[in-house]
Structure formats: structure tokens, C-alpha cells
Design a protein around this ligand. Structure first.
Ligand code: NDP
Length: 264
């Protein structure tokens, strides 16, 4: 029989958005390692199917539903399918997101709206779709992958920063409203993490500055006092911790994982 200490989330069911690669994939696998069945969603079906097979290889149930989380109708259909396929859920990880950068002078409106849609409005849609179930069960965990850009301002990323500050506001407001229902709501705020999204940021730096690959990557590593990128596993471990019963006293919090760049 499985040792509960090693699978503390046995019997729990989670949904992870943006789970096809990067941080989301890593969280989905860490939740499965901890014993949970996991529903995964993103737009690329092939990546989701790969993650489902990795979840199943861990002896857990995996279920994939393709969905663009910026579309409220698709989110509703995705939630209905996962809630029925997994027979309810009690852990929701809002991870899907995207970064874009531009100087504020001549900032494209399209970038502003795209950043708010994928990093903020999508979290609103996804929470709205799953919160009634968590409230009804009087049990739940909502964990949003925000960013260190939720806590500080930085040049060239006005839209991303505004969207990530917004998602922290949503986290705190929802945490207050969920207090009577035994549902905690928290955010994790990483610095640069070693994922395909950061690979893209490196390419953008190279395109704009002509830096070498090595120098562009070092520029991002050096934004951390530890001079390194955070590993997706570090973010995933915190998401698992916040999903455990023992973490029930933690709600409305924003937890930085940024190598000590921001100490508050
Ligand atoms: P990746 O680009 O590596 O992965 C993003 C995931 O989100 C993919 O599975 C992608 O799948 C999915 N996704 C993107 N857009 C949509 C959409 N419209 N609908 C559904 N799914 C979508 O990103 P990371 O793993 O690096 O980032 C994950 C989260 O962590 C984001 O919210 C990001 O802002 C945050 N973060 C990342 C940091 C970093 O340095 N990497 C630092 C701080 C925070 P698909 O394209 O198939 O839809």
C-alpha cells in the first residue's frame, strides 16, 4: 500500500492550465508524483498528450482538454469536461501565461490587450469556471503562477507587469471571499525560470541588441542575486506544498521565488 507521506495528495484531483511545457508541465508531474490525478489544458494537443502519458507513467490518472484560456466559452467547456472526467477537482493551478516586451513609447495597443487577456482575464475566466465546485465542496486550493513582475516595476514590460500586478489583486480579493469556504488562494512569484518562455526572451534580447546567446542568457541570470535561473521544479515544489492540507493557514499570499532579489 502506498505510503501517504510520499503521496500526500492521493485522492486529490487537480487541474493545471498551460501544462504542455515549462512550469505548468513540471507542476502537473509534481502533483502526480504526490499522488494526485491531474487534468491538463493548453492549446497544443500534442504537448498535452505527452504530459498525460508522463502522468500515467506515474500511476495516476491524466486527462487532457485543449483550450485557449483567453476564450470564456472554451474555458467553460474545458471545465465541464474536466470536472466530469475527473469526477470533480479540488486543486486549481492557474499557470498559462505569456510574456511580451516593448518600450512604452509607441507601445502597441495589441500587446497591451494580449498581455491582459492571457495573464489576467484568463485567470478570471478559469477561476469563475471552477470556484462554484470548490465552494460547494467546502474544500479547495487555488494557486496562480504570477511573477516577480507582480511585485515590482521594470522597464520595457509595462503590459506584462500591469497584468501580473492585476492577477495578484485578483488573488487577494478572491482569498478574502473564499475564507468561509475552506478554499485558499495564493500566488507564486518567480523570477526568470529556465523554460521555453525564457528561451524566447533570450532570443528577443539577441534580436534587439545583437548580444551573443551566452551574454543574453547571462543578462537574465544576473537579474537574480544568485546569478542563475530558477528551475521549474522549484516552482512546482511550492505549488505542491500550497496544495497540501498542512498549508491551510496560508492564504492571500504572494510567495517570491527569485533568488533573494526582493525581500518582502
Ligand atoms: P511557457 O511558454 O514555457 O509555457 C506556457 C504554457 O502556457 C504552455 O503550455 C502554453 O501552451 C500555455 N498557454 C499559453 N497561452 C495559452 C492560451 N492562450 N491558452 C491556453 N494555454 C496557453 O511558459 P512558462 O512555463 O515559462 O510560464 C508559465 C507561467 O509562469 C506564465 O504565467 C508566466 O508568466 C509565469 N512566469 C514565468 C517566468 C519565466 O521566467 N519563465 C517567470 C515568472 C512567471 P500553448 O502555447 O500550447 O497554448
Amino acid at each position: 500500500m502506498a505510503d501517504e507521506k510520499h503521496v500526500p495528495l492521493l485522492g486529490h484531483r487537480a487541474v493545471v492550465t498551460g501544462a504542455g511545457r515549462g512550469i505548468g508541465r513540471c507542476i502537473a508531474l509534481a502533483l502526480a508524483d504526490a499522488g494526485a490525478d491531474v487534468g491538463v489544458t493548453a492549446r497544443s494537443e500534442a504537448e498535452l498528450e505527452q504530459v498525460v502519458s508522463e502522468i500515467e507513467a506515474r500511476g495516476r490518472r491524466g486527462l487532457a482538454v485543449a483550450c485557449d484560456v483567453t476564450d470564456s466559452q472554451q474555458v467553460q467547456t474545458m471545465a465541464t469536461t474536466l470536472l466530469s472526467g475527473l469526477n470533480s477537482i479540488d486543486i486549481l493551478i492557474n499557470n498559462a501565461g505569456n510574456a511580451g516586451s516593448h518600450k512604452f513609447l509607441n507601445h502597441p495597443d495589441e500587446l497591451w490587450h494580449r498581455m491582459l487577456a492571457i495573464n489576467l482575464t484568463s485567470v478570471y475566466y478559469v477561476c469563475k469556471a471552477f470556484v462554484p465546485t470548490l465552494v460547494e465542496q467546502r474544500q479547495g486550493r487555488i494557486i496562480t503562477i504570477a511573477s516577480i513582475a507582480s511585485r515590482v516595476g521594470e522597464r520595457y514590460i509595462a503590459a506584462y507587469t500591469a497584468s501580473k500586478h492585476g492577477v495578484l489583486g485578483l488573488t487577494r480579493a478572491l482569498a478574502a471571499e473564499m475564507l468561509p469556504y475552506n478554499v485558499t488562494v495564493n500566488a507564486i512569484c518567480p523570477g526568470y525560470v529556465d523554460t521555453p518562455m525564457t528561451d524566447q526572451s533570450v532570443q528577443n534580447i539577441i534580436a534587439r541588441t545583437g548580444m551573443t546567446q551566452e551574454k543574453a542568457r547571462a543578462a537574465l541570470e544576473n537579474t537574480s542575486p544568485q546569478h542563475r535561473l530558477i528551475k521549474p521544479e522549484e516552482v512546482a515544489a511550492m505549488a505542491v506544498y500550497l496544495s497540501l492540507d498542512i498549508s491551510k493557514g496560508i492564504t492571500g499570499q504572494a510567495i517570491n521565488i527569485d533568488g533573494g532579489g526582493l525581500m518582502s
